[in-house]
Design a protein around this ligand. Structure first.
Ligand SMILES: Nc1ncnc2c1ncn2[C@@H]1O[C@H](COP(=O)(O)OS(=O)(=O)O)[C@@H](OP(=O)(O)O)[C@H]1O
Ligand SMILES: [Mg+2]
Length: 392
């Protein structure tokens, strides 16, 4: 990881999407702070057994509120006529009479968060947004994607389980133009900026910081990683801390994938839940290439950030037959890994297809992201060789 360098950032300054990137990074930074607060209050309750995403759960409030603020910030800065968003959550749910309490909590959370906009160099609403204005912002997230024009893709809280467990989750925002992801921004509110902290479970890091009154700054909790297509650079910024002012692009550092190209020396990264990706299949592939390291299991798209930052070399996701991968679970991560020097394809070696609506249509078996082309070629071959003997 190298320090921020003006010459490299020049390539972004002249980038076609520079304005969009700046607004997207600021919106995701704001959303990260919102999610950190909600996750903190969730974990400080005696309610240790929260394991579901019921209608009024904190993660539901976080999901909708992030959708509201990202949509509002993008529209305010870029013009609402230019903003079309595909997002995970279905707005119909909020129109139900039974959702009144939920809606009140969302409006409050959105307004608290938007009041902080000036800290990020953005305009806050003149008056607190009304319920109908919040609903209007959320309702803008009704695009169905497609192969032409521009649309944003948002996963407001990716890795619901990680969020509920006090572990990793991501806020993922990408811009797609004519079917191609051109910008990717991943907010990782619990992913440590310093690699040394990675070997400790997030719960442990939290306990240590409470016991020793280490502030979250001391272990640099949380970062935003981002990239613009064809810039050949990807960047990481720590999350903004209380009272600080966000200066674009404050303390951005360039990130690069690992240089390890021998699969036997690589670290594999995969979903935590074996229901989401076959652990036995990926263990078989790992074994076949002589890999000895334990897999790094991380909730959510933070896995893409881990590859882009060089914390792991291979990310594989092989869902059960019949499951269709969604575009919002991959778009941001793909741009970031590719610009950091990595390669992302399906198991047939084809690029992921973001132009056919909400799903990665035509995906061959699963997703493979690697730190470089040589390593990728070897992993694709190993997957092919293991596939026929697998039960997937
Ligand atoms: N059965 C199944 N198979 C594959 N993928 C699934 C499945 N169910 C859900 N999902 C999607 O996976 C998203 C969570 O990503 P991960 O698989 O990386 O999560 S985890 O590490 O297992 O927690 C998760 O994103 P969120 O819903 O935003 O959390 C889902 O979109
Ligand atoms: Mg998701």
């Amino acid at each position: 990881m190298e320090d921020y360098n003006n010459t490299e950032f020049e390539s972004l300054l002249s980038d076609k999407y520079f304005k969009e990137l700046e607004v997207a990074v600021k919106a995701v930074q704001m959303a990260c702070l919102l999610c950190q607060r909600i996750q903190q209050s969730l974990l400080s309750k005696t309610n240790d057994h929260v394991q579901s995403k019921d209608d009024n759960s904190p993660v539901t409030i976080a999901d909708w509120s992030v959708q509201g603020i990202v949509s509002w910030v993008l529209s305010e800065s870029l013009g609402s006529d230019n903003v079309s968003i595909v997002a995970e959550e279905d707005v119909q749910v909020l129109s139900k009479v039974t959702a009144i309490g939920l809606l009140e909590a969302i409006v409050k959370t959105v307004n608290e968060c938007l009041a902080e906009a000036p800290q990020f160099g953005l305009r806050a609403p003149v008056m607190a947004l009304s319920t109908s204005e919040v609903l209007e912002a959320i309702d803008r997230c009704n695009s169905m994607g497609g192969s032409s024009g521009r649309f944003w893709v948002l996963d407001p809280v990716d890795g619901t389980l990680g969020f509920l467990r006090g572990d990793q989750y991501a806020i993922a925002l990408a811009l797609i133009e004519d079917g191609e992801p051109v910008l990717g921004v991943l907010g990782c509110p619990n992913y440590p900026v310093k690699k040394e902290w990675l070997s400790y479970h997030n719960g442990y890091r939290r306990i240590v910081s409470n016991l020793t009154s280490l502030s979250s700054e001391s272990w640099d909790r949380g970062c935003v990683v981002y990239a613009s297509q064809n810039c050949g650079n990807a960047w990481m910024q720590p999350l903004l801390h209380k009272e600080n002012k966000f200066i674009w692009p404050n303390s951005a550092k360039q990130i690069k994938v690992s240089t390890v190209d021998n699969p036997a020396l690589a670290t594999f990264c995969e979903p935590v839940e074996k229901a989401n990706s076959s652990h036995s299949f990926t263990a078989g592939v790992a074994h076949s290439v002589g890999l000895r390291n334990q897999p790094l299991r991380i909730h959510s798209m933070v896995k893409y950030a881990a590859i882009a930052r060089g914390d792991a070399e291979v990310f594989m996701k092989f869902a059960r037959a019949g499951y269709k991968e969604k575009i919002w679970d991959h778009a941001a991560g793909v741009v970031i890994v590719q610009e950091a020097g990595g390669v992302v394809t399906d198991a047939g070696g084809h690029p992921l297809c973001f132009s056919k609506g909400l799903y990665l249509e035509g995906l061959d078996r699963g997703v493979i992201a690697c730190a470089g082309a040589k390593l990728h070629e070897k992993i694709v071959k190993a997957v092919d060789a293991s596939w026929n003997s697998s039960s997937l």
